[in-house]
Design a protein around this ligand. Structure first.
Ligand code: GLN
Ligand code: ZN
Length: 796
């Protein structure tokens, strides 16, 4: 028998016994792609039929092994398994539950690649399942499609086999499952199922599968299990919270004998939800995000159950900055009194400790870059300020060690020195920029006249026909074009040759648009690799990595720039190409910029000042560019805010604040132009219903948006648009598909829009840039689009 006693909170006893503590460290999850995107290449080669499933499985197994080893070597005590995925962890859960939509023709049995990948990406005969943003990250998950007829069954043993695989390698892991309630809350009603179908009612049907998985994990020797329940940080009603209590009490007996960790991340847990999870009986441990969840610390201090383990997420999984180890350590020390260390006196009279305060990451490291060691070209000073996933493992462990009384002084002082250098570095601070950005706060930065007055002035200057046609910016990027850009960057071709090549490319694009008789032209963006990178490279305060990839979805990764310092624009960024393009045609040429909010949301942002400060700085830089374009004779300027909606906070209560500074930042960029300069913006989505007032508040002259899905949803938005008076260009065809829409189809679409919208505000354009399409698709599609616009013009 074992007797357990807890010392009174905060007594000296704790401090005296530090040396008895063992280190307790944990990682919520880890990037799967590999340090050099090995998984991406293996997946794509398999999909292209260039390699077989064994080749793919081998790459995956090697990656898992190296990740587990890396964690073990770093000293991590609770190492996760089943955080690997061939595509997405939510899809893995859908497979585990056998919730395969009928269109994939699955006939039971263990789900293999032949069913899994079509669900993820579709194939020639079936479309993929829907994909959507994972909370407020840039990761996207595959949305489960559920309804009353889904027959759930245990159809993928991946969690168990990964656990066993690690075990056979000598590493005991914590298997991770997407929790049953979050799974349902992240699902949608399948086609044909009523939208109001209560998805949570399926809990009774999925729990039996979870029970089987749990039983198998136990039989395989697991002693811990982690359920990711990130939906706990959202605004949940009492019915939804009730589902947690219900599900975990149902699982109580299957889980007995296992230590159960419930992980939350991305924000703080609202007080009601906190009450709910902390009172779950079968739960041994709770994980909280102490980086983004600003209120978590107070909640924990105000009442964390002393018998439970506290997994304290102090190392940021969403960013690339080195942790402030001293600050984290003091946070952890303050928490020690909350999660008291319990001494267990075993029968032989040995005193040892069970550590209930576990140092962890704020969320899965999936959302950060993989390994700084591969950044050989990055400036050494900047590098010393950073930590990618591999370095974060070391930080987690260093904190756990320090907490256990074995502080690595050298590591801590190197960290402190790097932080000091970052704080005082002249590369970070630019007094003039700080001052200019600080001065912005009080004012509204709104153009002096109303949008209808401006549109009149613009029309006098531009004389556009009704239903003017335009495109969103980029034209197809051929392999050759990419090669030229790459070689120029690598100094393999001269600047002169590069300028010549790009100029020719632009003139081809201009000529094509004139031949097609498009009204407002674009230069086609041939000089740009990426709409954020292109600007980041020319602004100061940005750094770029060679391998800092982060998974966006499936095999797709993004490499966000790092904003490390005050942002300024040393010289014009687009004026050269835009004015060159304008000189090639009498028609208006749109200047093409990326907006401040999008640059911010698609970068790794500094953590030493609020996001809005950084956004204002970027806005000022873009403002200079807008004004220089205007001076150079560019009368139409498009400022893309593709990612404005993406930055919306997870909780309703925080939305207004974000939208306010985001929209303000956009207005800063163009409040200084003349009435005759037409400001366009473009957004890659159409679900505006909830933020329409903010979109109107952007005060743009013309808004082009995606519109490939449901027209009816947009009706209300359009109506608002009518009142507002700005031009609106809801995409008339879907550029994400290779299908070429016919003239009739587009005309039909336009006339449906005209039924709701005034003829004088409707623009005709595709729904996004044409970068990923081929000329063989773009030419006929645009030609049909122009024909459709003309057809309807003649009927007006
Ligand atoms: N101007 C950009 C382009 O056409 C816009 C891209 C986007 O919205 N994602 O490529
Ligand atoms: Zn777009």
């Amino acid at each position: 028998s074992v007797s357990v006693f807890s010392p009174p909170r905060g007594t000296q006893f704790l401090r005296l016994n530090f040396r008895f503590r063992t280190m307790a460290s944990h990682v919520v999850g880890y990037p799967r792609m590999g340090p050099k995107r090995e998984l991406k290449f293996a997946l794509e080669s398999f999909w292209d039929g260039k390699s077989n499933s064994e080749d793919l499985e081998k790459v995956a197994a090697d990656l898992r092994l190296s990740i587990w080893k890396q964690m073990a070597d770093a000293g991590i005590k609770y190492i996760p398994s089943n955080t690997f995925s061939y595509y997405d962890q939510v899809l893995d859960t859908t497979a585990m539950l056998g919730a395969v939509p009928p269109r994939y023709g699955w006939n039971g049995g263990e789900i293999g690649f032949d069913v899994y990948f079509p669900m993820a990406r579709g194939n020639a005969s079936v479309p993929a399942m829907e994909m959507t943003k994972w909370f407020d990250t840039n990761y996207h998950y595959i949305v489960p499609e559920l309804g009353p007829d889904v027959k759930f069954s245990y159809a993928s043993h991946k969690a168990v086999s990964e656990y066993k695989e690690a075990k056979s390698l000598g590493i005991d892991t914590v298997p991770v499952l997407v929790g049953p309630v979050s799974f349902l809350l992240l699902s949608k009603a399948a086609k044909g199922v009523e939208k109001s179908f209560p998805l949570l009612s399926l809990i009774e049907k999925i729990l039996p599968v979870y029970k089987e998985v749990i039983a198998e994990l136990k039989a395989a020797g697991a002693s811990w299990i982690q359920f990711d329940e990130p939906t706990l940080v959202k605004d949940l009603d009492s019915h939804q919270l009730q589902a947690f209590s219900h599900a975990y009490s149902e699982l109580e007996s299957p889980l007995s004998g296992l230590n159960v960790l419930i992980e939350t991340y991305f924000a703080d847990v609202p007080a009601e939800a906190f009450k709910t999870v902390t009172s779950l009986k079968c739960v041994t441990a709770l994980g909280f995000d102490l980086v983004r969840g600003s209120k978590n610390l107070d909640l924990i201090k105000s009442g964390f159950p002393s018998e439970k383990y506290l997994f304290a997420g102090v190392v940021d999984g969403r960013n690339i900055w080195a942790n402030d180890l001293a600050a984290s350590l003091s946070t952890l020390q303050a928490l020690e009194n909350v999660a008291p260390f319990v001494c267990i006196l075993d029968t032989i009279g040995h005193l040892f400790s069970s550590d209930k305060l576990v140092v962890s990451t704020s969320c899965s490291l999936l959302h950060t870059a993989v390994d700084l060691v591969n950044e050989t070209k990055l400036d050494e000073e900047i590098k010393s300020w950073l930590a990618f996933a591999a370095q974060k493992l070391v930080e987690v462990n260093a904190l756990a060690k320090a907490l256990a009384g074995q502080k690595d002084e050298a590591f801590f002082s190197a960290n402190a020195a790097a932080r000091t250098s970052r704080k005082s570095s002249p590369r970070v601070t630019n007094g003039a920029v700080q001052k200019a950005a600080a001065a912005l706060k009080g004012s509204d930065h709104r153009r002096a006249t109303t949008v209808s007055a401006r549109l009149e002035a613009q029309q006098k200057k531009l004389s556009l026909p009704s239903l003017p046609t335009t495109t969103i910016g980029s034209f197809p990027q051929t392999l050759e074009l990419r090669k030229v850009r790459r070689e120029y960057k690598a100094n393999k071709i001269s600047e002169e040759d590069y300028v010549k090549y790009i100029t020719e490319e632009i003139s081809k694009v201009v000529k094509l648009q004139e031949d097609l008789d498009i009204d407002v032209l674009v230069h086609g963006e041939p000089e740009r690799n990426d709409m954020v990178e292109y600007f980041g490279e020319q602004l100061s305060g940005f750094a770029f990595t060679a391998n800092g990839w982060v998974q966006s979805y499936g095999s797709r990764c993004v490499k966000p720039p790092i904003i490390y310092g005050d942002v300024s624009r040393p010289k014009p960024m687009t004026v050269f190409w835009s004015s060159r393009a304008q000189s090639m045609s009498k028609r208006p040429m749109k200047g093409m910029l990326t907006g401040p909010v999008t640059i911010l949301n698609w970068s790794f942002v500094r953590d030493d000042q609020p996001r809005f400060e950084t956004c204002y700085q970027i806005a000022l830089a873009i403002k200079d560019e807008v004004e220089d374009l205007e001076k150079a004779g560019i009368n139409v300027i498009q400022i893309d805010e593709a990612a404005l909606r993406e930055g919306l906070p997870l909780r309703k209560s925080e939305e207004a604040f974000y939208l306010n500074w985001a929209v303000h930042s956009f207005r800063i960029t163009n409040c200084g132009v003349q009435d005759t300069t037409q400001i366009h913006t473009h957004m890659c989505y159409s679900n505006f219903n909830d933020i329409i007032h903010s979109i109107i508040d952007m005060d743009a002259d013309v808004i082009t948006i995606e519109n490939s899905r449901s027209d009816e949803k947009l009706l209300s938005v359009f109506r608002e648009g009518v009142k507002y008076g700005a031009g609106i260009g809801p995409g008339v065809y879907d550029i994400h598909s290779q299908r070429i829409p016919s003239t009739e189809e587009i005309a039909d679409r336009i006339s449906k829009m005209l039924a709701v919208l005034d003829t004088n505000i409707l623009w005709v354009n595709p729904d996004c840039g044409l970068k990923t399409r081929k000329y063989t698709e773009v030419k006929p599609a645009l030609s049909n689009m122009v024909a459709a616009a003309k057809l309807l013009r003649n009927q007006l």
